[in-house]
Design a protein around this ligand. Structure first.
Ligand code: T4K
Length: 404
């Protein structure tokens, strides 16, 4: 508990946390079960290439997401690349700049041109009306991102795609556990892509998946994932190695078994953040109003508004010194990262909503490794800092001005 501004670690006080409280600390399921599964794989001497755990993981994903096909991959970035290859995308693809850079990089790696589009100011997901303005005769697809588990305007994007004969792909890396009107995301558009990276609600250390109801397309993805092999000695298309190993699939299975527990921990933390942040000026919890949506609450995303009296970056400085690893995801936006920054200078003007969000966004720690006590202490810090914003700001400025 801090009593004076000088108690803050940024001004020399003792940090609130002895060890770093990570924003993406992994959820870890039953270790004994994981070890047993790995032992079995070793005994079986079948370590990768379409093994039994990969099959089981895919089968469980199909059931969970209520989708006809789920193909697991090394990670979501390669999953996006496989989708672009299997859909034979060419030319330009419309995509939000408000996403992890992997969404854009996967397209660029496929020699496609990402065209960065504005997001809706309330949902922060791809705005179909703005996307419509960017369609040219070179456009072949739209890639929507279910940002922080908030589903895109699937109807609006689907209608736009149908009008122009475009493919639609959803980057659902954040959206395991999101359902709209009781239906899990995973079966919309031509394909959806999930991530099972260590920081995701369900992780396989590294991993991803392509999900789709289209069986022919799924067959093409499965081929592309394994060098294009249709059978032994029989290569029928361009492919790459994007196969998930048995150890990764074992971790995925153990994570899925504990998914309800992880989601429950997230929801408990989210409610506590919601209660605590309500009383703090300028701390608006991102929770877009969407009808009949359920969310795994895997992310706690705060918009730092004027009323906080401190900027988002000042708060990040304060929290980091206290050993709270809060992040500015996805600052400064793909369009301000290379290679995109040097390529298209006109994008910044049309991305003013995106840039305003990226200047204010603060992602706070959650997940099963974050206790309610930690949530309380993070919120206490935010309450303390915002209540003494004037003094803190002038001290921060003075310390910046001081010669080193
Ligand atoms: N599309 C979207 C919308 C995405 O958000 C992502 C990935 C992708 C596509 C691509 O998915 P993958 O190809 O990765 O499957 C992290 C993740 O690496 C990345 O997967 C994720 N999004 C992104 C949002 O976050 P970084 O660069 O922030 O990672 P890093 O190493 O800074 O770690 C983040 C936090 O988690 C830190 O507080 C440290 C902590 N952490 C991390 C790891 C790996 C741990 O405590 N333990 C760990 O094992 O990207």
């Amino acid at each position: 508990m801090k009593s004076y501004v000088t108690d803050l670690a940024v001004f020399g006080g003792r940090p609130t946390f002895d060890a770093i409280l990570h924003v993406g600390s992994p959820n870890i399921g039953d270790r004994k079960r994981l070890h047993a599964l790995i032992d079995d794989a070793l005994d079986r001497r079948w370590l990768t290439n379409d093994g039994p755990y990969v099959h089981e993981f895919e089968s469980q994903l199909r059931d969970l997401l209520r989708v006809r096909n789920a193909m697991v991959t090394t990670n979501a970035t390669t999953a996006l690349m496989l989708v672009a290859e299997a859909l034979e995308l060419r030319g330009e693809v419309i995509v939000p700049s408000l996403t992890f850079v992997a969404t854009a990089h996967a397209l660029t790696w496929q020699r496609l041109t990402p065209v960065f589009c504005a997001v809706d100011p309330v949902t922060w997901t791809l705005d179909p009306a703005k996307a419509a303005e960017l369609v040219t005769d070179r456009t072949t697809a739209l890639v929507g991102v279910h940002l922080w588990g908030a589903p895109c305007d699937v109807m609006g994007l689907g209608a736009l795609a149908a009008r122009h004969g475009l493919k639609v792909v959803y980057d659902a890396s954040h959206a395991l556990g999101t359902a709209v009107a009781g239906r899990p995301v995973g079966a919309s558009g031509d394909a959806e892509v999930f991530s099972f990276h260590a920081t995701k609600v369900c992780n396989s250390f590294e991993g991803g998946a392509v999900t789709t109801d289209d069986d022919d397309f799924a067959g093409r993805v499965a081929l592309a994932r394994n060098f294009g092999f249709a059978d032994v000695d029989h290569v029928v298309s361009l492919g790459i190695n994007a196969k998930m190993s048995e150890v990764h699939a074992a971790m995925g299975l153990v994570s899925l078994e504990a998914l309800d527990q992880f989601v429950s921990a997230n929801r408990t933390n989210w409610r506590r953040y919601s209660e605590q942040l309500e009383g703090i000026a300028g701390m608006a919890l991102y929770d877009p109003p969407m009808l009949e949506r359920t969310s795994a609450r895997s992310y706690v995303v705060v918009e730092v508004q004027e009323a906080a009296g401190l900027s988002r970056d000042e708060l990040v400085t304060i929290l980091t010194a206290e050993n709270v690893s809060a992040r500015r995801y996805f600052y400064p936006g793909c369009h301000r990262m290379e290679p995109y920054r040097s390529q298209r200078l006109e994008t910044a003007a049309r991305l003013s909503v995106t840039e305003a969000i990226l200047d204010r966004v603060l992602v706070l720690p959650t997940g099963s490794a974050t206790t309610l006590d930690s949530v309380d202490r993070v919120c206490e810090l935010l309450a303390f800092a915002t209540a003494r914003s004037d003094e803190i700001r002038s001290r921060l400025r003075r310390s910046q001005d001081r010669p080193r």
